[in-house]
Write a protein that binds this ligand. Sequence first.
Ligand SMILES: [Zn+2]
Length: 108
Amino acid sequence: MVYFSWSFDLCAGCFTLKRKLMDILACPIDKFYPLELLVFEGEDEINSGIITCPKCDRWFPIIDEIPHMLPDELREQKEDLPFLQKWKSKIPERTLQQGKPFNLKSAS
Ligand SMILES: [Zn+2]
């Protein structure tokens, strides 16, 4: 698994996502800020959730407290679609139907 560090300073091994850190996250594709955060599991620590970019409709999973902010070419449909399926009752319809780089509509 490859993790990317963007203009903000984070790494997979040393980073625990706190809500306040959303203040520094920007979309890796278009640098849009601020991104939207939905938490599925967790209180102070975000165990599972999703980050969405309202500008380009991209979404990024948060798995085991790690935000996976990968560009499209490093995304794997076979990893991302099960994530959408697992949490689809909590993910906005817009992301499920139009989210990039993968969504449930393009998969069917
Ligand atoms: Zn974006």
